[in-house]
Design a protein around this ligand. Structure first.
Ligand code: GKR
Ligand code: MG
Length: 424
């Protein structure tokens, strides 16, 4: 009987995988990205899985949370949430989004709830024979669209820990167009996002104009990660008004975004100024945004993502999803929840094309015309490849990275780099 099944073990395995020298507002990606893989085992021998941040503070709170599940039914999501809230310390203070939410102590509780919820939903699906999306009310689409997520980048890491990636340098408008072309050829994406906040706004606008020319009709977005002052964001708006589908987090703060909204025709999107329900309320009052990028990893799971989607519908906001460096377990969790959201108005972000390694059986997840098919098999629809898990864990042990730190990495290239924002 399903109701007799209980959770007997929880394992957390930190992993490290190769990541490109991708530039952003904070600096540059290190050669190794960290994640952790959570396995939740039941009395009848099933294993539910999830993927989350792998930074040290995250591992510490996952370790605190592990015993909370023992003896619990995989269906007891509400009890799990209560136990996490009662046990995990949320560091209080202003909620400021960092590019590395894995180290973000204010989001401790939702991050842990999300990691456990995904694994428990995977188990529920396996037990009932239903794909995870069915436990979320069923799918409203058969495949979930993702966008081509472009980055300015160097050709190789300064530390040269392994052979350079196949993408080459991505700095000039022509190189960015070539990067987009390659990504579209490989995955069929039908919209494009450029991670900005790296070079002077005029250069980034020129790259967007080059993309608009090279891919007429394809929706485009630019995300400077709040590294542009309000003045710079307003100045860039007229040129961008003509070519973007939305303008993502150009400038910091709800007030800055609200002021910018008066100077642009573009919808303003965010994964930075609204990361809590309190921000959501304030953002509505202030008119700061028109598109919310959710992320189940730090908002508190798949079910709260559905709540956010309902709130976005109520307020007439568009909705999409944010991403950090991740592997296939996260991609599938995003795909299940995105398939359940009727008002997913824009293709989701994913860093997936930048990752060469994969921890799920069968290797890398396939994209067809830029979309991932929603699994029809029970649960999450992917399983762990234990040999690869062991290899990626070994890489974690030897790589030396314990917390994502794009700033320190950037200082290896440019010792005078301050990381101060907004920089432009
Ligand atoms: O991976 O460099 C990156 C991104 O900048 C990431 O850290 C951001 O959180 O992709 C993200 C975003 O949309 O803001
Ligand atoms: Mg963003």
């Amino acid at each position: 009987m399903a109701r007799d099944i209980t959770i007997t073990h929880v394992r957390v395995t930190p992993i490290a995988f190769r990541d490109g020298p991708l530039l952003n507002a904070a600096g540059i990606h290190e050669p190794w990205a960290l994640r952790s893989i959570v396995e939740i085992e039941t009395s009848d021998g099933r294993v539910g899985i999830s993927e989350t941040y792998g930074d040290e503070p995250m591992l510490k709170i996952l370790e605190q949370a592990r015993p909370l599940l023992i003896g619990l039914s995989p269906f007891a999501l509400n009890v799990m949430e209560e136990r996490v809230r009662a046990t995990i310390t949320a560091v209080s203070g202003a909620v400021e989004f960092e590019l590395a939410p894995g180290s973000h102590a204010i989001k401790n509780v939702p991050k842990v709830i999300s990691a456990l919820e995904t694994g428990m939903l995977d188990l529920q699906g396996q037990i009932t024979g239903a794909p995870m999306v069915d436990l979320l009310g069923g799918k409203v689409r058969d495949a979930v669209p993702y966008s081509a997520y472009l980055f300015f980048k160097y050709a190789e890491h300064i530390d040269k820990p392994y052979a350079p990636d196949v993408w080459g340098e991505g700095v000039s408008p022509a190189q960015i167009v070539a990067q987009a072309q390659r990504m579209i050829d490989l995955y069929g994406f039908q919209s494009i996002k450029l991670k900005g906040g790296v070079f002077e706004p005029a250069h980034e606008v020129a790259c967007m104009q080059a993309l608009a020319k090279a891919f007429p009709g394809l929706p485009l977005r630019l995300d400077p990660n709040a590294n542009w002052s309000l003045t710079a964001s307003i100045a860039a708006a007229p040129a961008l008004d003509e070519i973007l589908e939305y303008y993502e987090d150009p400038t910091p703060g709800l007030a800055g975004m609200a002021e910018l909204a008066k100077h642009t025709e573009l919808p303003l999107a965010t994964n930075m100024v609204i990361t809590t329900m309190e921000d959501f309320r304030k953002g509505c009052e202030m008119g700061s945004i028109q598109v919310l990028l959710s992320d189940h990893h730090y908002w508190g799971g798949l079910r709260i993502t559905q709540t956010l989607a309902r709130m976005c519908r109520l307020w007439g906001f568009g909705m999409s999803m944010h991403s950090n460096s991740h592997l296939g377990i996260s991609l599938m969790a995003m795909t299940h929840v995105a398939a359940s959201v009727p008002n997913l108005t824009y293709a989701c972000d994913t860093h997936y094309p930048w990752q060469e390694e994969e921890v799920v059986k069968g290797g890398r997840i396939r994209f067809d015309k830029g979309s991932v098919a929603v699994p029809t098999t029970p649960g999450l629809g992917v399983e762990l490849d234990y040999d690869v898990l062991a290899t990626l864990h070994e890489q974690y042990k030897t790589c030396g990275v314990r917390n994502r730190d794009d700033l320190t990495q950037m200082r290896k290239y440019d010792p005078s780099f301050t990381g101060k924002t907004p920089r432009f």
